[in-house]
Design a binder for this molecule. Structure first.
Ligand SMILES: Cc1cc2nc3c(=O)[nH]c(=O)nc-3n(C[C@H](O)[C@H](O)[C@H](O)COP(=O)(O)OP(=O)(O)OC[C@H]3O[C@@H](n4cnc5c(N)ncnc54)[C@H](O)[C@@H]3O)c2cc1C
Length: 375
């Protein structure tokens, strides 16, 4: 008599989803659960997009090197793990199915949501391999042929992109950043770090327009409106406008009652979705109050995997998550970098660029993540 295997479904194969999925299958493989549990990873893209490296990919061709398919993720564990290409369109919470855009239903006993967020260019490629490569080629070609580039949104990604372009192309391009705050980044980051980002952009001759909004409704120019004071609106030339900000959390398929007002999934410190059983949310999609960074995966992965495994066994999730390190490393082209770390007593300290460059390497750790995918 054959019994149905218990099914873990992970939706989203980004930094957190892929890392948690491989951790889970390798843990399952070591136990008697190997013959009774199956894990399905649902991912909408043919290849993984490692977001931290996408700003470098806007100026240099690393398409094949950094974007890897999922075919080797479960190598050696093919009896446990399967990758399904598809976009989750709905969750039937009573029947416990994830419904894909093509109508296919995938049943789960334990569900892990890891769909992250959608950001502006150059971090939102399409889903098919050839289109993904064409997307980056097109961005690079547009940057190459533009003289005046305007980046709308001077969060850390916008500042990083402006610096990548200037570092690569120098005086041949005018790069202007329009940002709604008085310094790059947002108020959640330490002021000394934001000042350092500003300083690096000045060194690279990025033009910064702060406390302002940019609107590219006019072809070939951006209308800039200042937020405060009596500074008059103005227009600036723009051959290429790049919107570089958070667009939305990827949660449109998730039941409303699991979400907060920003579209993030409400969780406890065990990664369990509030008021559900056997549903977890990891990475950028959850509302855990910390800087949303790929680097958090190091400490989040073992805890989320252990708790998911407990749920599979019908046990209580016992592992509690807390942010271990409050810090960030930011590359600003190849020559500059900065970062900060929060220390007891001393508070937030800015780190020298050479340390960040060493930690992140020339590939901004894209190759390290490719290893997780089996490459
Ligand atoms: C430009 C940029 C630069 C960054 N730089 C850094 C950095 O230097 N250091 C750092 O630590 N962090 C950095 N971050 C943050 C970091 O990339 C994120 O915190 C991290 O990627 C979050 O991982 P995740 O798995 O939650 O989401 P993602 O990595 O975004 O993965 C989500 C996955 O879900 C898939 N997906 C989405 N919707 C669906 C659906 N409906 N069905 C199926 N699949 C779906 C997506 O295709 C994607 O593969 C950066 C982010 C950006 C945007």
């Amino acid at each position: 008599m054959s019994t149905q295997k218990k099914s873990i479904v992970v939706v989203g194969g980004g930094v957190f989803g892929a890392s948690c999925a491989i951790e889970l299958v390798s843990l399952i493989a070591k136990t008697e659960l190997r013959s009774s549990v199956a894990l399905t990873l649902i991912e909408k893209r043919d290849m993984n997009v490692f977001l931290p490296a996408t700003l470098r990919m806007a100026v240099e061709d690393h398409d094949e090197e950094y974007m890897k398919p999922y075919d080797k993720l479960f190598a050696g564990y093919d009896d446990i793990g399967t990758v399904v290409k598809g976009s989750a369109a709905a969750i039937e919470k009573d029947a416990r199915n994830v419904v894909l855009e093509d109508g296919k239903k995938i049943h789960y006993d334990v569900l892990v949501l890891a769909t992250g967020a959608t950001f502006g260019a150059p971090s939102s490629p399409p889903t098919d391999r050839t289109d993904m490569i064409a997307y980056y080629k097109n961005i690079r070609a547009r940057i190459e042929k533009s003289k005046d580039i305007v980046i709308i949104g001077g969060g850390i990604s916008g500042a990083e992109l402006a610096s990548e372009i200037k570092d690569k192309h120098g005086a041949s391009k005018t790069v202007t950043i329009v940002h709604s705050s008085n310094l790059p980044g947002s108020g959640i980051f330490p002021e000394n770090l934001r000042r350092q980002l500003d300083k690096i952009m000045q060194n690279l001759n990025v033009i910064t327009i702060y406390n302002a909004y940019g609107d590219d409704s006019e072809d070939g120019q951006v209308n800039v409106t200042y937020k405060i004071g009596d500074k008059k609106s103005k227009t600036i030339p723009a051959d290429y406008v790049i919107k570089c900000n958070l667009v939305h959390n990827n949660s449109s398929f998730i039941p409303q009652e699991w979400l907060n007002k920003d579209g993030q999934v409400k969780i406890s410190d065990t990664f369990e979705v509030i008021n559900t059983s056997n549903v977890f949310a990891i990475g950028d999609i959850n509302d855990f109050d910390e800087w949303k960074l790929a680097s958090q995966v190091q400490s989040a992965r073992p805890i989320s995997a252990a708790n998911v495994l407990s749920a599979v066994k019908g046990e209580k999730a016992e592992m509690h998550y807390a942010t271990k390190l409050i810090g960030i490393g930011i590359t600003m082209g190849k020559r500059y970098a900065t970062g900060s770390i929060r220390l007891p007593i001393f508070g937030d300290r800015v780190l020298p660029g050479f340390i960040i460059r060493k930690l992140k390497g020339d590939d901004i750790r894209a190759l390290k993540f490719a290893k997780i995918l089996g490459y």
